[in-house]
Write a protein that binds this ligand. Structure first.
Ligand code: G6P
Length: 472
């Protein structure tokens, strides 16, 4: 196999293998923002992508999909339970999202995490060309940078962390806190979503490992100085803008409104069904507005898309029960034969249908309790070329640092959320348009291409500095 100049390492391949009930194999774009963010960049370089195909015990040879060379990593059923559902999504995920759910600490999970990280690191080390570049992604693979460095000291290594990095007070709970920091410090550039995440990481490295830190760099005992910096991720805005102009999709948006009984206002929530997203808080606020008669189901409909996610992890199963109980109660109390209060869709949808929903939505509700970035907020903005619609945005998202003209809320403050919903519904068109113009400017200028370019520029620079040090 030809060695690749550029290797992306992520838990998931950009496509998942799906076996249909009649035994047919299909490849479908993976869930999550990462794939959408990297795909455009990957097509334009001679690269390879190391990742998992989303199923247990799949032994597949490297293959090409949509012009990207894919190198599948095999995970056993036990490893999926311990490394993916366990350590990644029941230890790190809740801990890094400010312990919204209690993190579970199990030594077997940690051991599986180390083992699987080693497998990803070896695959990347085998694939990358002499002096090439490896870009590692996200919290499932925090040990990979150090492992790749051990195997291939000649390559330049980047790491981007897509989720929050917590304050030291919380991070310190992790029994393997020092090992994880050392794992990340194997990279030449360590990127975070927000300046606060980078600062939290630097503070942890300083406190725990006594490394000397400056504003955005850290000096390691071996003389290396990794760059630690915020690179806020974004979306590829082009497909959203294009789809939003398509007559059939615009017609579909009208049809969606009609299907809801032509309410005056449509509220929309779009999330993976995850406890970090504040779905319960949003439902509660909407339910209370109905209870109090501040809005009616005839006038204000609420669509909640909650795509299935991590369904075998306990905290996600409980969340689903709670969300569905709450929605059932509100609908039971307030539905009429002609109008439903909350149209709940526990499904994923193709992008075309998502854009139609964004176009139909007068108010977009992003009420996450903690979120690395939140790309849904940016997708909504990208579709609204008509400069209509209001984005209600939690201040606990990375997106809130950039999208200043959204209606900002604290999702824990239910009265505040209720007032923001009413404020959004009542917002005069001129103000909607003023805010949306400013939001669009920001999102269109800082798209995913700008993000990957700026990360890769930093990485290139780091690579040059490293080579000079080696030669000198
Ligand atoms: C978040 C994470 C991604 C992850 C995605 C979907 O966006 O940052 O790394 O891929 O969620 O979650 P899943 O567990 O299905 O990969």
């Amino acid at each position: 196999m030809v060695a690749a100049e550029f290797v992306v390492v992520a838990n998931r391949l950009p496509v998942d293998r799906i076996l249909t009930p009649d035994g047919e194999e299909i490849w479908r774009t993976s869930p999550g923002g990462l794939v959408a963010a990297l795909e455009p960049m990957m097509r334009s370089v001679d690269g390879a992508w190391v990742g998992w195909a989303g199923q247990a015990d799949l032994q597949i040879e490297p293959f090409e999909a949509d012009g990207i060379r894919l190198l599948p990593v095999t995970l056993s059923e036990q490893e999926i339970q311990d490394y993916y559902e366990g350590f990644s999504n029941d230890t790190i995920w809740p801990l890094y999202h400010d312990v919204i759910a209690p993190p579970q600490y199990h030594r077997e999970w940690w051991e599986a995490y180390v083992e699987v990280n080693r497998r990803f690191a070896e695959a990347a080390a085998d694939a990358v060309a002499e002096g090439g570049t490896v870009w590692v992604h996200d919290y499932q693979l925090q040990l990979v940078p150090e492992m790749v460095r051990g195997l291939r000291p000649d390559v330049t290594i980047g790491y981007f962390h897509h989720i929050p990095f917590p304050s030291h007070g919380l991070y310190a709970q992790l029994p393997w806190r020092d090992q994880v920091l050392r794992g990340l410090l194997g990279a030449d550039v360590i990127g975070f979503q927000r300046a606060q995440d980078a600062a939290n990481f630097l503070a942890a490295a300083k406190r725990r490992l006594s490394h000397e830190t400056k504003a955005s760099s850290i000096t390691l005992p071996d003389g290396r100085m990794p760059l630690v910096k915020a690179f806020p991720i974004s979306i590829d805005t082009t497909p959203y803008r294009e789809l939003a102009q398509r007559p059939d999709i615009r017609a579909r948006a009208l049809e969606i409104r009609e299907g809801l009984g032509n309410p005056k206002h449509i509220l929309l929530g779009v999330d993976r069904l995850d406890y970090t997203k504040g779905i319960r808080h949003r439902i509660k606020a909407y339910g209370e507005l109905l209870d109090q008669g501040r809005i009616s189901v005839e006038d204000v409909a609420f669509i909640q898309v909650a795509s299935p996610s991590r369904e075998r992890v306990d905290a996600y199963m409980h969340l689903r029960d709670e969300v569905e109980l709450a929605i059932g109660r509100i609908n039971g109390d307030h539905d009429t034969l002609g109008h439903t209060a909350i149209r709940y869709l526990h499904q994923g949808f193709p992008r075309e249908e998502m854009v139609a929903m964004y176009l139909a939505a007068d108010v977009m509700l992003v009420t996450a309790l903690r979120d690395g970035m939140n790309l849904v907020a940016k997708e909504y903005v990208a579709t609204r070329a008509d400069n209509r619609g209001v984005l209600v945005l939690s201040e606990f998202t990375g997106a809130a640092d950039e999208l200043r003209q959204a209606l900002r809320i604290n999702p824990h403050d239910i009265e505040g959320v209720k007032d923001a919903i009413v404020g959004a519904i009542e917002m005069p068109r001129a103000e909607q348009s003023k805010r949306m113009r400013a939001l669009r400017k920001r999102v269109l200028e800082n798209d995913v291409d700008a993000w990957s370019q700026s990360f890769l520029r930093a990485l290139e620079q780091a690579g040059r500095t490293r080579h000079r040090r080696h030669e000198g």
